[in-house]
Design a protein around this ligand. Structure first.
Ligand code: 4AD
Ligand code: MG
Length: 439
């Protein structure tokens, strides 16, 4: 190696390494693993965009560079210089023939080794666990889904409205509120931005909010987080038909984007992509009342008027390859803002979307919203909600009230389903769950 060769080396990222074939590059990253056959050392280096094998041959590098191998520990940070060359046996088709290694930091013994670890241990080390290939694959799928959500609504002229996190109102029941002291006044972390997008849709017609939402549920299921992200569109003059259309449209866009942009990540996760490729519109629709009959035929003890639990959702959805719409639930179990079914006053004009493969409710809250002032006042009273904090919300029914509709999709549930993750805790970088506030 001459000084000239090194100075000609270009900064490269592993994901784009094919553009540098036969050229000298600089890779900045971390050591994932190492092995040696004596005169040849093999370093598996990860730079955030990918992982590449770097070959250090005794006869090609100065002795001090060759010896660096002995010092390197798992997750040590380093800067590697070398020539990119084709290697048919490599999963990415290339490797690097090393000319120089610069140590940035020698890592202490890394807690997460290639052996199996328990979930509690991994969750305690979430800040380090993020570096593992499966966790990175899931979070890259999350990235695609987040971008695809913005893309879906932006390209349909929905205006993004950022709704507040500190609020005075409950949206989805008063039992799951996180209370905070707001200068001596009671405030809550937002359960949903819905009431605010309802206000905004009267200004812009079609809007959406997308941000963190909070539920103080002490549940320990694989579908519940205390802090999760939700996208909530709201459409002035919209009806339940628009809800069906956009739920289906959004889901199809997400499926297609993940299939086209995350092939490598899906492979790392060993996700069965055939089941994702089978997802085609239109998604089947079943009325709640018919769903109860179907469930009873399948042996479930459920009765009309009972809510669908996780088991019932799985039982219902298992007949379909695609997500399943369940619509028109009994009023008693739905939110205060939902319009009664004009054909059956016991029911509401609402819909939930259940994912296939047992993933359960992915989209909820889908409904026509009450536009009548009197009916809304009555519903607020029936739900024993504090009227004074809803005055501003009632104003929306005083000044140019129109029928409107919307829904909310839980980001982590969508990521879990599309990536095939078994628990939502792996679908958010730093999950907040019952008894889990760190890291
Ligand atoms: O069904 P939910 O409670 O509906 C609403 O909040 C409506 N206000 C939305 C609207 O119409 N604008 O929640 C919507 C979705 C659920 O279907 C689920 O995907 C997700 O949010 N979700 C959760 N995700 C993770 N952990 C939790 N604890 C969740 N609770 C709801
Ligand atoms: Mg729901």
């Amino acid at each position: 190696m001459t000084t000239n060769e090194t100075s000609a080396a270009k900064d490269a990222s592993i994901s784009n390494i094919q553009a540098f074939n036969e050229q000298d590059v600089i890779i900045k990253g971390w050591l994932h693993n190492k092995r040696s056959s004596g005169n040849i050392h093999f370093l598996l280096v990860r730079d955030g965009s990918g992982t590449i094998q770097c070959i250090v041959e005794k006869k090609k590098v100065p002795e001090n560079v060759f010896k660096i191998f002995d010092e390197l520990t798992q997750e040590s940070s380093l800067i590697v210089t070398g020539k990119v060359r084709k290697e048919p046996r490599s999963p990415i088709g290339y490797e690097i023939s090393v000319s120089n290694i610069e140590i940035v930091h020698i890592a202490q013994p890394f807690p997460i080794t290639p052996k199996e670890h328990g979930t509690a241990f991994l969750m305690d080390n979430r800040h380090l666990w993020l570096r593992s290939s499966k966790q990175r694959a899931i979070l890259k799928i999350r990235h695609t889904i987040v971008m695809a959500i913005y893309d879906y609504f932006n390209s349909r002229e929905f205006v993004l409205i950022n709704t507040p996190i500190l609020t005075a109102n409950a949206v989805e029941g008063t039992t799951s509120l996180f209370e905070v002291d707001f200068f001596g006044e009671k405030a809550y972390l937002s359960q949903s931005g819905q009431l605010y997008v309802e206000a905004a849709c009267m200004a812009f017609k079609n809007v959406y909010t997308f941000g963190p939402t909070f539920r103080a549920e002490k549940s320990k299921t694989r579908k519940h987080l205390n802090e999760f992200w939700m996208v909530e569109p709201e459409m002035a003059f919209g009806t339940l038909d628009d809800v069906f259309t956009h739920e289906e449209g959004l889901i199809m866009h997400l499926v297609n984007e993940v299939l086209s942009k995350n092939q490598d990540d899906l492979a790392v996760l060993e996700r069965n992509t055939d089941v994702l490729k089978k997802i085609q519109p239109p998604f089947p629709r079943i009325a709640y009342s018919d769903a109860i009959v179907t469930l009873q035929k399948k042996g479930s003890p459920i009765k009309w008027g009972d809510d669908l639990g996780a088991d019932e959702e799985t039982l219902l959805a298992q007949d379909y390859d695609t997500p399943l719409f369940v619509h028109r639930y009994p009023k008693a179990m739905t939110s205060f803002y939902m319009v009664p079914d004009p054909e059956d006053d016991r029911l509401t004009m609402n819909v939930d979307l259940l994912g296939p493969e047992g993933y359960g409710e992915i989209i909820g809250g889908g409904s026509e919203r009450i536009s009548s002032l009197e009916l809304l006042e009555q519903r607020i009273e029936e739900h024993k909600l504090p009227r004074h904090v809803f005055e501003w919300y009632l104003d929306l029914r005083r000044y140019g009230s129109v029928p409107h509709c919307g829904f909310g999709m839980g980001l982590e549930r969508a990521v879990a389903w599309l990536s095939g993750a078994s628990h939502v805790r792996e679908t958010i970088p730093f999950p907040r769950m019952y008894y889990r506030l760190t890291p």
